[in-house]
Design a protein around this ligand. Structure first.
Ligand code: C2E
Ligand code: CA
Ligand code: CA
Length: 531
């Protein structure tokens, strides 16, 4: 359409007639603003005025309700006035909206995705920082991570996994209150944002989510129940970034997950330090093996009959570049839960064999070195082959090696454990049952296990001083071991009195501070030379 300098229609094509819902002859020569008073001060009005005043082209897009259509109007100035070109952009807009939806939502569940989650979270954090929030109310972020979802996927297939995620998302949406927000931020990770809530309400909601998960899902003809670990972080009064808030919820989730028992964990400062430490250690592990930061200390063991050395236990230490020498309690569970668990077994075997070789060259003969393996390390495939291969490479007799395992690692899969122990025995590698008496102590399985030595737990040794009962227990352990053809060694022996009682009870050997603390490789060699 064209309009002259006095805002009168001078030209309209057919499309313009349709858009303006008027026949051409009714409009030509009339003032546009009188014909369409609603448009005065609208976006179109401003753009036309501007083009007429400046001579510069203008552009305006707007929704036109009477036709349920989006129009783009472009205005151009000329000597006689202005000309406006209209274009129906409804389809383009829908397409753009779809693209925007897809870019901000997860295709599988239809929930907002991580990007949208961070946007919404940032908005909510900014909103919470502005005054006017209800007293006592706060913003809560819940980080949900499904338990063992990888296993579910592996066992039932990805189609079932996808179905479960969709099913869970649907239930989540159904229980959300209007001011809550839910997003899927990773494979099996979801984030909830609860506005104007309280700590108790947030926790109650977390439990409601768990109840939804515990009700069976029908997925591809199967019935599957799920569980999750949920971390909660609250934004109270201290200003904080969306990232920091989410990371606190993630940390709390990780704490819940690694506790193994608690499913919902609210974030607090202490947790932060502990968890941050563990997370940092987990990161540092990536360097530790390559940078040679692990080392072994050796604690001598002596026979009670004649105080002759019978060997030593190899104990792991981490010489951390920032934190100094770390003992196992500070890092072992992190290490054993990491992908480096298997690396440790090989490293340990190589290190022990290397030390034995080095001592031999110094003329120090060592009867036997014990090393500790966790449940999973013991049950990992081809342990015997691995040991034999490494021992051969270092020219060490397998009979110089002893593998210490704990009761709980045996009962987790008694059949497999029995066959691994039998294979070790066949290869001439001896085995010890560590911390005996501290765990299950089910005698039933003990009879069936091909084990060479029982290590009496230090708690019994410590109790010897003031308990008749401890002495009786030790006697019966020794008796039991004898009848099964096993030797006994007591751990944590710190004083002469304990050694004397143990000898009296018929125990074969001792290990503890009384004999020596764990020693570095060289100090251990010197100790052995003095013996
Ligand atoms: P454990 O196998 O029971 O090892 C004995 C622990 O008792 C050692 O602690 C040792 O230093 C300590 N100890 C020795 N004598 C005495 C004593 O007279 N009194 C007292 N109170 N304690 C004594 P450490 O070196 O801190 O090791 C702790 C645990 O870490 C070990 O307990 C073992 O379960 C685990 N561990 C150590 N090295 C390794 C390893 O290479 N692999 C695996 N999987 N676990 C390891
Ligand atoms: Ca041990
Ligand atoms: Ca022990």
């Amino acid at each position: 359409m064209s309009i002259d300098r006095s805002w009168r229609f001078t030209y309209l094509n057919h499309t313009a007639e349709r858009y303006l819902q008027q026949e051409r002859q009714n409009l030509l020569g009339r003032d546009i603003w009188q014909c369409y008073p609603d448009l005065v001060d609208s976006g179109y009005y401003r753009v036309y005025q501007q083009t007429a005043a400046t001579g510069l082209p203008g552009r305006h897009t707007d929704y036109y309700a009477p036709l349920d259509t989006w129009f783009e109007a472009r205005s151009f100035a000329h000597d006689d006035g202005i000309t406006v070109l209209f274009r129906d952009v409804t389809r383009e807009r829908e397409h753009a909206a779809q693209l925007e939806f897809e870019a901000s939502h997860d295709y599988l569940t239809g929930l907002p995705n991580r990007r949208k989650c961070m946007e919404t979270l940032s908005g909510a954090v900014a909103e919470a920082a502005s005054p006017g929030l209800t007293q006592g109310a706060c913003l809560a972020v819940l980080f949900i991570d499904l338990d063992q979802f990888k296993e579910v996927n592996d066992a039932f297939g990805h189609a079932v996994g996808d179905d479960l995620l969709r099913g869970f998302a649907k239930r989540l949406v159904a229980i959300l209150e209007p001011e809550f927000f839910a997003a899927r931020v990773g494979g099996d990770e979801f984030v909830l944002l609860l506005r104007n809530t309280t700590e108790n309400a947030a926790e109650a909601f977390a439990h409601a989510v768990l109840r939804e998960l515990a009700m069976p899902f029908e997925a591809c003809g199967r019935s599957v129940c799920l569980s999750a670990s949920i971390g909660i972080a609250l934004l109270r009064d201290a200003p904080e970034s969306a990232e920091a808030l989410l990371s606190r919820a993630d940390t709390a989730m990780y704490a819940a997950k690694s506790s193994g028992r608690i499913q919902v964990c609210a974030y607090d400062g202490a947790l932060d330090r502990g968890m941050r430490d563990r997370l940092a250690l987990r990161m540092d592990l990536r360097e530790a093996f390559a940078a040679n930061q692990f080392e072994l200390h050796f604690q001598p063991q002596i026979a009670l009959a004649d105080a002759s050395p019978i060997g030593a236990e190899a104990l792991l230490r981490w010489r951390h570049p920032q934190r100094g020498l770390l003992m196992p309690h500070a890092f072992l569970d992190v290490l054993l839960e990491s992908p480096y668990e298997a690396t440790l077994v090989e490293w340990l075997l190589n290190a022990v064999c290397r030390h034995i070789g080095a001592w031999r060259r110094l003329g120090v003969s060592i009867p036997r070195i014990s090393l500790n393996l966790s449940a999973r390390q013991l049950l990992c495939v081809e342990l015997t082959d691995l040991i034999l291969r490494i021992a051969r490479a270092h020219d060490i007799s397998p009979a110089m090696l002893d593998i210490e395992v704990t009761e709980d690692s045996l009962v987790s899969d008694i059949e497999k454990a029995t066959s691994v122990l039998a294979a070790l025995k066949l290869a001439g590698i001896s085995t010890s049952l560590d911390d005996f008496g501290s765990g299950y102590s089910s005698l039933g399985y003990l009879v069936r296990l091909p084990i060479d030595t029982l290590k009496i737990d230090k708690s019994f040794v410590r109790a010897l001083a003031d308990s008749e009962k401890a002495s009786a227990i030790i006697r019966s352990i020794v008796g039991l071991a004898r009848s099964l053809g096993m030797k006994t060694i007591a751990e944590g022996v710190e004083c002469q009195h304990q050694a004397a009682e143990l000898k009296d009870a018929g125990c074969d050997a001792i290990q503890g501070y009384l004999v020596s603390r764990p020693l570095g490789s060289e100090a251990f060699a010197e100790f052995m030379l003095r013996m």
